[in-house]
Design a protein around this ligand. Structure first.
Ligand code: SF4
Length: 80
């Protein structure tokens, strides 16, 4: 995931975000490349549940959030 860290609207869980320390390139890998490393980082992240909830609530389409790829998140999203 990627978020402007200078924004005052960053959600509270962002303080827990491990990926905030690695930079956005980590979570937006080239299409077709492995998401394994990003997912491993998410697995150790204390903000994971809140991160995933945020991504689903905000309909985030790109990158890994809360340990899930966009395809995996789409499967969780209610159909409209
Ligand atoms: S769960 Fe993953 S994407 Fe979400 S804040 Fe943590 S490290 Fe970043």
């Amino acid at each position: 995931m990627s978020m402007n860290t200078t924004a005052t609207t960053a959600p509270a869980w962002y303080d827990l975000a491990l990926c905030a320390q690695t930079g956005p390139a980590f979570f937006f890998p080239e299409p077709g490349s492995s998401l394994r490393d990003a997912k491993r980082l998410c697995g150790a992240c204390e903000g994971r549940a809140a991160c995933l909830e945020y991504a689903l609530a905000n309909d985030e389409r790109f990158g890994v959030w809360g340990g899930l790829s966009e395809t995996e998140r789409q499967a969780l999203r209610p159909r409209r």
